[in-house]
Design a protein around this ligand. Structure first.
Ligand SMILES: Nc1ncnc2c1ncn2[C@@H]1O[C@H](COP(=O)(O)OP(=O)(O)OP(=O)(O)O)[C@@H](O)[C@H]1O
Ligand SMILES: [Mg+2]
Ligand SMILES: [Zn+2]
Length: 470
């Protein structure tokens, strides 16, 4: 057995390799391998310990097997008191759960957590806020700027996990602990630097075990990094119960908190906030945010009635088509999948007769929201046709539908929610998939929304009647 003295761990995905490479063979990140283990110091990692012979084998303790359909208790939850956050969490923080909050630097993670701490402290929870990044004074200054005045929040600035655990243990009944951020934390037992995969994992592991044992709810902040200098939240996602990501363009003032994973609620649920000097305020009707004010009809623009998690959201989609003098014309997308755009362009070219091969195409989802739904296909197709032909659709039009490769428009989920949101915001014309008519509750839905003019689309070629020059 050869003994590996050195190992490299990928700071992006956490994979361990014995040879250095410029590109991680597992996740494809560049320059993300960092030498982390020397002299067999990585033996606690399974990939490395595989070649150690397991010699001890004992009979395990006998565990009791129970019936699946027995009585179960619902998870005890603590409401944060910030509605947008509570919804994303699935109805509040579950006691003893571990929540990871990831996001780009400066997006507002500390701000959100300080507000969370305040709200929880106000409802008589024992909150401890540990900052590894900022001094106590810095946190106090932020709290002052935000008008947070809570004597009951306990504050400390440290990066030593051992210190944190022993300090928390000596506090009386702490229920919520905030650790900002996990990349600054380290365990004395490990020789690698804070922010490396092994430190981040071990620190999160120690804190998690401690929190679960003591029924403490743990909120961990994690930076998202693009350059792989420090380990990102990906290496922790599987260890925690809930993963929330903060999204948003830095120069726009609203932020979207999205549940990437949730063991206690629906994933993909979103909360919308607006950032201002006094912190993050909730946006309870986000559709208004993602629509530009509609006074004039402009070509290339249409509203898509999307669903994020359980919540319908209307967003404006804009397309711009211009002549290209490049061998490969540009296709640039903000807020949607560029491959999906390529597919819609190809379908329009083959099944609708709209050729864009010599055109540059830009697609923008207004407001910095990232849409992942394929139900946006039809809206994108409308925006592209409208932009290419310079024909505007009536400004009170929305479109929903997935497009297949043969040009057929496929059924979407939650049509009711989408249409109700559209009606609520005063839209009239709705281009929807004909396939949805087959649903047994469609007739009833149509009856209940008489203010809407529902136009069913079976195939992309059915769109041509909306784009006729007069
Ligand atoms: N004095 C101020 N007035 C208004 N807004 C401010 C002020 N100071 C900071 N902000 C806002 O707060 C944001 C930073 O928030 P916060 O520190 O919570 O982010 P973070 O995600 O914790 O960042 P980091 O990665 O540095 O920890 C800034 O981007 C800015 O929008
Ligand atoms: Mg911060
Ligand atoms: Zn990797």
């Amino acid at each position: 057995m050869t003994k590996n003295k050195t190992a490299y761990s990928c700071q992006s995905c956490g994979a361990i390799h014995f040879k250095w490479a410029g590109k991680c063979p597992d996740c494809g990140a560049w320059n993300s391998l960092v030498e982390e283990f020397a002299e067999g110091g990585a033996s606690h990692f399974s990939r490395i310990s595989e070649d150690k012979k397991i010699t001890k084998k004992t009979d395990g303790r006998k565990i009791e097997l129970v019936k699946l359909n027995g009585e179960a208790q619902d998870f005890p939850r603590v409401k944060v008191g910030i509605n947008e956050l509570d919804r994303v969490l699935g109805g509040g923080l579950v006691r003893g759960s571990v929540v990871l909050i990831g996001g780009d630097p400066g997006i507002g993670k500390s701000t959100l957590l300080l507000q969370t701490a305040e709200s929880l402290a106000r409802s008589k929870n024992q909150v401890i806020y540990i900052s590894g990044e900022e001094s106590v004074d810095q946190v106090r200054l932020r709290a002052k700027r935000m008008g947070i005045n809570q004597d009951s929040i306990q504050l400390a600035s440290t990066t030593n996990v051992g210190e944190i655990i022993s300090s928390i243990s000596s506090e009386k009944n702490p229920t919520i602990v905030v650790v900002d951020s996990i990349q600054t934390m380290f365990l004395e037992e490990l020789s690698s630097a804070p922010g490396t995969v092994s430190q981040v994992r071990a620190a999160a592991g120690e804190l998690t075990i401690f929190a679960k044992k003591n029924n403490i709810t743990l909120l961990i902040v994690s930076h998202v990094t693009k350059d792989g200098q420090i380990a990102g939240p990906k290496v922790l996602e599987h260890m925690v119960d809930t993963v929330l990501y903060f999204e948003g363009e830095k120069d726009l003032h609203f932020r979207i908190l999205r549940a990437q994973k949730n063991r206690f609620g629906a994933a993909n649920e979103i909360g919308v906030f607006e950032m201002n000097e006094i912190g993050l305020s909730e946006v309870s009707n986000p559709s208004e945010l993602f629509l530009t004010s509609y006074e004039r009809e402009t070509s290339g623009s249409i509203v898509f009635a999307g669903v994020e998690g359980s919540r319908p959201i209307l967003v404006e989609i804009q397309a711009l088509v211009s002549p290209s003098f490049m061998p490969t014309p540009r296709r640039a997308v903000v807020g949607w999948d560029v491959n999906r755009l390529a597919m819609v362009i190809a379908v329009l070219s083959n099944r609708f007769g709209l050729s864009l091969f010599d055109k540059e195409v830009y697609l923008n989802v207004v407001g910095g929201l990232k849409i992942e739904e394929t139900a946006a296909d039809l809206a994108v197709a409308c925006a592209l046709i409208s932009a290419a032909r310079d024909i505007a659709l009536p400004s009170n039009t929305i479109a929903i539908g997935e497009i297949g490769l043969s040009g057929e428009v496929r059924m979407v989920s939650n049509l009711e929610g989408r249409l109700k949101e559209a009606a609520k915001l005063g839209f009239k014309n709705c281009l929807i998939p004909r396939a949805n008519e087959k649903n047994k509750n469609f007739a009833a839905l149509k009856k209940s929304l008489t203010e809407l003019n529902l136009q069913t689309i079976g195939h992309v070629r059915d769109l041509s009647k909306f784009f006729k020059k007069n």
